[in-house]
Design a protein around this ligand. Structure first.
Ligand SMILES: [Zn+2]
Length: 693
């Protein structure tokens, strides 16, 4: 995924989105589908998926995946369908089992007790319906009591503690310029719709969404106690107008991508001078951050203008804004009517979804957010044991070694840059499967009584946990994803690659049953090698080995890199992906480079294994053949034409088919493994191949 929200955190600010790159898949859908998992006798998944009518040298993607594609229609409510959906289905089933077993556990430990109680409360729909918005009573009473702008900020601080990110975004994070220190960030925020464009664009679709938003605000305000619909509609209009003011003072998505322009370190006293009506010292300490005297303000002009808005807007409108956001954020954990209202706006109007996922999956998603790492402890025990952890840790080391050898041999990189690249590579931290040290969740208050209160307690716990890091050394052992996540990331601030157990899942198979050829293609190439090369591309090289924003390439290296990368850009720009539409080789260059780099490193790493050296065929396929088929399994997808057309202009990743057929012609071992000959469609003469890593 290009962007993702790290689980387990109430993410109220935008900085992690600037820093992390995660690339496994941009198209995980949320809808459900049952898939047949063969139990007992397990057919060879690679053989099962193949279409041997096709020549591997003509269309390897089809050769590897065609059998599955022919036998698997795209479900009616999906625009694309493939490996991500199959893996996610497996992961949901595993998490459900963990919950059911925790509920039934005779003598549960604290983790099982919390998981079981959470699941029990979330499934007690009778109590949930009966409770209405009662779980929010304390918050709503505080909002009702507001009389002055100062009260507004005090109550806002209280709401931030429970994850309701009103007016602005904030949180503790590594200082982008000094990654050894934790810093307190203040970012633009407070919008109920995804970004400023939704408030300001005038096209018919966006205008329609705004009308739906106003209706949604009115519906929730009515749920808080009013009956008069005409008056409620007026109040909703005023809330939307208030948020539009916030949108106007917010930066665009593009402007937020500049890490320097969104970094403005200042003292709290300095910030205070630009915002005379908001007392930041009391607001920040009200949220729970103690002894903060310096802050990093993402967008200072936003804060200056926010001061004017909070100081001059009618208090009644500010109260409605707070009421609406409080109910909206907790709607999924309250009554069906409120949950549906939220889905109708965020799911249907914004994302075009037709139906909600079944309740049990929504509950597991909420749990993932609240306490995913607790579930992860049990998940790791059952599905990713020490052997699996050792297998993939060793794989990362082999990929690292392969990259080291390749960098040393590069004829285009200057020695000084090579030395820095090798240093950065050697010091890159690997996190594999699950954390070595689990967080201590004992203080999180989870009970059987109320789903919404459990979510509130979890948000409070995460808020305290995060803010308690201020002033302490950075804990670089932490994970921002749970073990059961089907994703991975490279975090430049920590110079680390994080590979949750979920990313190694092959649908319907236990890890121990998978051969090295398959897993090196599936994981070493498409994920590990891919993510590691991101640390050295035009984005990753902006950060040094310590994780600080500081470019370490010479001008000459940069030119050589670009010259060689251009060859790949041109190859992709010549690919016709749909009718007469070609891939945009420039837009997708970074990801295509990572795919090619990942394949080359994966091949080299695989060559270090015993499996490769012994060269024994499995199901009639030699290990290196299984490597390339395993790689293609990672891109097992089919997609509707309309969705493909849309992605060709919006997605920085190439379509799945071309993540296979695009880079492979540049990989020498592909030719030998499948005896690819001149004249076949995928054949490229050596002089036309990319020579980068
Ligand atoms: Zn990527």
């Amino acid at each position: 995924m290009t962007f993702f929200i790290p689980s387990g955190k109430s993410l109220r600010w935008a900085l992690p989105l600037l820093l992390l790159t995660a690339c496994t898949d941009s198209n995980t859908s949320n809808t459900t589908h049952n898939k047949t998992v063969v139990q007992g006798e397990q057919p060879d998944i690679l053989v099962q998926n193949m279409d041997t009518i096709v020549q591997p040298g003509d269309d390897f993607f089809q050769y590897a995946n065609g059998g599955w594609i022919k036998g698997t229609p795209i479900p009616a409510d999906e625009t694309n369908y493939g490996i991500a959906q199959l893996v996610m289905e497996d992961l949901y089933t595993r998490k459900k089992t963990i919950n059911e077993e925790s509920v039934k556990a005779d003598d549960p430990n604290d983790i099982q007790r919390k998981i079981g109680d959470f699941y029990t409360a979330a499934n007690d729909t009778v109590a949930i319906e009966k409770g209405g918005i009662e779980p929010l009573r304390e918050a709503l009473t505080k909002i009702n009591g507001i009389a002055t702008p100062a009260d507004v900020m005090m109550v806002s601080a209280y709401l931030h503690q429970m994850g309701v990110g009103v007016f602005f975004g904030e949180g503790a994070g590594q200082d982008a310029m000094n990654s050894a220190k934790m810093a307190y960030y203040l970012m633009q925020g407070g919008l109920g719709m995804p970004n400023r464009d939704y408030y300001l664009k005038t096209d018919a679709r966006t205008s329609g969404i705004r009308t739906a938003y106003e209706g949604y605000i009115a519906q929730l305000l009515a749920a808080s106690g009013t009956q008069d619909t005409a008056a409620t509609r007026q109040r909703a209009k005023a809330v939307l107008a208030l948020e539009t003011k916030l949108a106007k003072i917010s930066r665009s998505v593009e402007a937020l991508r500049d890490p320097y322009a969104n970094y403005n370190k200042m003292t709290v006293a300095g910030l205070q001078k630009t915002t005379p009506r908001i007392n930041w010292q009391t607001t920040i300490s009200g949220i729970g951050a103690a002894n903060v005297d310096t802050v990093i303000v993402g967008q200072p002009e936003f804060y200056k203008a926010l001061d004017g808005i909070v100081g001059s807007e009618p208090v009644a409108v500010l109260k409605d804004y707070l009421t609406f956001h409080t109910i909206s954020d907790f709607a999924p954990y309250l009554t069906t009517a409120l949950g549906d209202a939220r889905f109708n706006f965020y799911g249907k109007a914004i994302r075009g979804a037709e139906a909600q996922r079944p309740r049990w999956k929504r509950v597991l998603d909420a749990q993932e957010d609240a306490m995913g790492e607790m579930v992860g402890q049990l998940f790791a025990e059952q599905y990713f044991d020490k052997n699996a952890k050792a297998r993939y840790s060793d794989m990362v080391e082999k990929v690292r070694e392969a990259y080291k050898v390749r960098i040393q041999k590069l004829d285009w990189m200057t020695d000084s840059t090579k030395a820095k690249a090798l240093d950065k590579l050697a010091r890159m931290t690997k996190k594999v499967g699950y954390p070595d040290k689990w967080k201590d969740f004992s203080a999180m208050q989870i009970g059987k009584k109320s789903y919404a209160e459990n979510m509130m307690a979890a948000h409070r716990w995460w808020n305290n946990y995060s803010l308690s890091k201020l002033g302490k050394p950075v804990d670089r052992t932490e994970w921002d994803m749970t073990p059961q996540t089907y994703n991975a990331y490279y975090n430049p601030s920590n110079n680390e690659i994080v590979l949750p157990a979920g990313i190694f899942t092959v649908p319907g198979r236990m890890d121990a049953s998978l051969d090295d050829g398959l897993v090196y293609g599936y994981a070493a190439a498409s994920t590990i090698g891919h993510e590691i090369t991101h640390g050295f591309d035009d984005e990753g090289r902006q950060y040094d080995a310590d994780g600080n924003l500081k470019s370490w390439w010479t001008k000459k290296d940069e030119e050589e890199f670009k010259k060689r990368a251009d060859v790949l850009a041109n190859q992709f720009s010549n690919i016709v992906a749909l009718d007469s539409t070609r891939i945009n080789g420039r837009m997708t260059l970074g990801e295509n480079l990572a795919d090619l780099g990942g394949l080359l490193l994966g091949v080299d790493a695989f060559k270090m294994t015993q499996t490769y050296k012994e060269n024994k065929p499995i199901s009639g396929l030699y290990p290196m053949q299984r490597f390339f088929l395993g790689y293609s399994l990672g891109w097992l997808y089919q997609i509707r034409d309309a969705e493909l057309a849309n992605r060709l202009i919006t997605d920085v990743h190439s379509p799945a088919k071309w993540r296979v057929n695009g880079p492979l012609p540049n990989v020498p071992e592909f030719y030998t493994a499948f005896k690819i000959q001149p004249g076949q469609k995928m054949y490229l003469p050596d002089s036309a191949r990319v020579k980068l890593w």
